[in-house]
Ligand binder design. Structure first.
Ligand code: GCU
Length: 436
């Protein structure tokens, strides 16, 4: 009799009482992190707004490269990377450094996601008939019911294409309070351009996975896995969490009969450009990436002193994108002490195609460092070549408006501002080589 009774109490027993999520402002959590790392203070970042300010971001190329760039095709012990097997080991070495020092480690086990199709509607986008689906990914929170995470995403596919279609997932920018903030583009929107090609798109709301601020680190998927407690110094930051969410969207797409899940790309601009390259680097199921103006922490040589610096990203306004350990490189260490850099991140995508875009410094400004972006792209090329693919050939940065798209690694600097707009037709042309 008693074993039955025991079973009954364990079935009906209340879940263990876990404390509610810790509430900290970004400033408080940032201070907590510094204390844990034994750091008194950090060096301030560059000023990106006021060109008269004494600490205005550097634009002098002669001063832009204070540190040597660590070689991609050498192991940490100095041996050269010569073979495809070597590359597999080197890749693991890079991932370990990136995980520990830069983006943080994704937990070994993450909760399951159950996708719900909230609605399916027929509509027109421009003059193209489409099927729109509203999707919600319910993240299993049974281990910590105090937090709820529901991933929000829409999927739009052309209604009149009978075969499964390629899909580009965009990390969507949502500016509820700034309706004019989305740059207007002339001609068909990127969505119309994709549909005209017979492809579809999904727009993912990153904030539904993980908030875009430090105060949110005890919520979202990061907070859920930590049961509402603050992060450890090696824990993942928002960029990897957003990438995790994009992988879960891909899980859904694998089950949708309208979609060819072998031809799914990931796209983003700016902070979501950073998210796009991190997603692509870590998730081999993504077939292609479009990384726009990703700047510091994305595809741009991190140790450069040009535009935004490591110190800016380590500050309380942006550190949540990264692992806690990352802030060490803004004091006492320097960006030159980073064991890895952006070209290595790009190289993790080998052999899959990556399109790197930037705008014109005259319109977009100097913050994203277009030259450092080109350098990171070009310096990833040897890994592409080793795997029998084609990187970016030139060592000299091409002129604005002269896209390099012959290889599997593409670079395109458009004449516009902080937008992917003018690069969409060029990206679609590039992607057609893989998606036809
Ligand atoms: C800031 C930030 C950049 C980021 C950008 C954006 O400018 O410093 O790193 O890319 O915001 O996401 O718009």
């Amino acid at each position: 009799m008693w074993p039955l009774l025991l079973l009954a109490t364990s079935l009906t027993g209340d879940p263990p009482q876990l404390p509610p999520p810790t509430r900290l402002t970004a400033e408080q959590d940032h201070q907590r992190l510094l204390k844990e790392l034994g750091i008194e203070s950090l060096r301030p970042g560059a000023n990106g707004m006021d060109s008269k300010a004494p600490n205005y971001a550097n634009t002098d190329e002669a001063k832009a490269n204070p540190y040597p760039i660590p070689p991609l095709m050498r192991f940490k012990d100095g041996r050269e990377v010569r073979t495809v097997q070597d590359w597999a080991s080197r890749r693991r070495e890079i991932i370990e450094d990136l995980d520990r020092e830069v983006y943080g480690r994704m937990p070994r086990k993450t909760p399951k996601v159950r996708w719900e199709i909230v609605s399916t509607e027929h509509a027109l986008v421009g003059d193209i008939p489409v099927v729109n689906k509203q999707l919600i990914g319910h993240v299993d929170n049974s281990a910590y019911p105090q937090l709820n995470v529901d991933i929000k995403c829409t999927l739009t596919t052309p209604a009149n294409v009978k075969s499964r279609v390629p899909v580009i997932i965009e990390f969507g920018f949502f500016f509820p309070s700034r309706p004019g903030a989305r740059p207007a583009t002339e001609g068909p929107t990127w969505q119309q351009q994709l549909l005209a090609k017979g492809w579809g798109y999904a727009i993912l709301d990153p904030r539904s996975i993980q908030a875009d601020n430090g105060a949110g680190l005890t919520e979202g998927i990061i907070g859920l896995v930590n049961k509402g407690q603050p992060r450890k110094v090696e824990d993942w930051g928002a960029l990897k969490a957003w990438g995790w969410g994009a992988s879960r969207v891909l899980d859904y797409l694998e089950t949708d009969k309208a979609v060819d899940a072998k031809r799914v790309g990931i796209e983003g601009l700016s902070r979501y450009g950073k998210a796009a390259i991190v997603t692509m680097a870590y998730e081999p199921r993504f077939a292609i990436a479009f990384v726009g103006s990703s700047g510091q922490g994305g595809v741009k040589i991190w140790r450069r002193n040009s535009g935004e610096t490591v110190e800016n990203v380590a500050s309380s306004g942006e550190y949540h994108w990264m692992a806690g350990n990352y802030v060490k490189y803004a004091g006492p260490l320097t960006p030159g002490d980073l064991p890895v850099d952006a070209h290595m991140l790009v190289a993790l995508c080998v052999p899959r195609p990556v399109f790197v875009g930037v705008g014109s410094p005259n319109v977009e400004g100097i913050w994203i460092d277009s030259r450092g972006t080109f350098m990171a792209t070009a310096l990833a090329s040897p890994a592409y070549r080793l795997l029998g693919k084609k990187g970016v050939k030139l060592t000299v940065m091409p002129r604005e408006g002269t896209p390099l798209i012959e290889g599997d690694l593409a670079f395109s600097q458009h004449h516009g501002g902080h937008t992917n707009g003018p690069n969409w037709p060029i990206f679609i042309h590039f992607a057609s080589r893989y998606f036809q």
